[in-house]
Design a protein around this ligand. Structure first.
Ligand code: ZN
Length: 343
């Protein structure tokens, strides 16, 4: 079968033939319909220090996907061929303290598809049956392929109660935009999204941000006064990984405010710890998705009218993956999909 593979220790990816997966007793093989490109895939393409230490050579990459189940292992009972599915790309160990306590998103031994084991940028992907999420009938396969980042957005947004709160989201990438949609959907008072990219701020507005701010051109403090935020934001979701964004959040928080951190920040970011301590702020790191409550809630959000369709801005045939990667890098895109059924 065709797959997009990291074939040499260096920048680049190639489309090549690899062996089709054979399911073990508890595994499921899925014929891939759509995949979506993540920032992680760009790091693997570029072969940065993290990728060089982590990703095996010769392996298919990619972890955001949807498709149709084609084979199930002999012990699989609750997934059947023909079901439209996506899946959790984090495989957990099942025996560490957190796994045994039902907190699988905090597993100490997580392995990722497309990172540690063969990924989804291929005509077929194999995952444990327990990781399969059957798509509700109302969810198109295109939307199913972005459940992984939609899950990051959902997990982050629901970490703190947003109802009636003033919410700041720094970073209008796809996850920030989806988090804005969720914050609005669950009843936040103001949903303010900041970035320095007007295209992405436009997407955030299309998805439900009540106010977007290009912080290269406008002062966030002025906007806060204009829209009636007197004492500061109640909740902030940091989605950019930009040190300047984190620094801009802290003085704008209400005393006792809560900050969820999803964007991966550099190791050496200095912040004003006096603000954190004297204003009694809570900073919480977020990783992955809760298994599988986040997934359940995503299905319900879409059933109850959450409209994320504007975030899918491009779809390319899988063979044109180079152009698709370039489109992601341009910054002038939301989610960019590869279609594995159209060549
Ligand atoms: Zn574990």
């Amino acid at each position: 079968m065709r797959a997009i593979v990291k074939q040499t220790k260096g920048p680049g990816l190639v489309m090549t033939e690899v062996d089709e997966p054979e399911p073990g007793p508890n595994e499921v093989v899925i014929d891939v319909a759509h995949t979506s490109i993540c920032g992680t895939d760009l790091h693997i393409y570029d072969w940065d220090e993290w990728a060089a230490e982590t990703v095996p050579i010769g392996m298919a990459v990619g972890h955001e996907f949807s498709g149709v189940v084609s084979q199930v292992g002999s012990a699989v009972e609750d997934v059947v061929a023909g079901q439209r599915v996506t899946g959790e790309g984090h495989l957990t160990c099942g025996h560490c303290r957190n796994c045994r306590a039902g907190r699988r998103h905090l597993c100490a031994n997580t392995l990722g598809i497309g990172v540690d084991r063969p990924g989804a940028f291929a005509e077929q992907i194999m995952i444990p049956a327990a990781n399969v999420f059957v798509l509700p009938d109302h969810v198109p396969l295109e939307m199913g392929s972005i459940f992984d980042p939609f899950g990051n957005a959902t997990h982050t947004a629901l970490t703190f109660d947003l109802t009636a709160e003033d919410v700041l989201i720094t970073g209008a990438g796809p996850i920030g935009c989806m988090a804005a949609a969720i914050a609005s959907h669950v009843g936040a008072r103001n949903v303010v999204v900041t970035d320095v990219n007007d295209y992405r701020l436009g997407l955030a507005a299309a998805l439900g941000a009540s106010r977007t701010v290009n912080v290269a051109e406008q002062d966030l403090r002025e906007v806060m006064l204009e829209i009636g935020i007197r004492e500061g934001f109640d909740i902030a979701l940091e989605m950019s990984g930009a040190p300047a964004a984190l620094r801009s959040i802290l003085p704008g928080m209400i005393h006792g405010g809560r900050v969820a951190l999803l964007g991966l920040l550099p190791d050496d970011v200095a912040i004003d710890w006096g603000v954190v301590i004297f204003h009694s702020l809570t900073l919480k790191g977020i990783y992955g998705r809760e298994m599988y409550d986040t997934w359940y809630k995503m299905g319900v959000f879409l059933e109850r009218g959450l409209d994320l369709s504007p975030i899918i801005t491009h779809t390319f045939p899988a063979a044109e993956f180079e152009e698709a990667f370039s489109t992601v890098r341009s910054g002038l895109a939301g989610k960019v999909l590869l279609d594995w059924r159209s060549g």
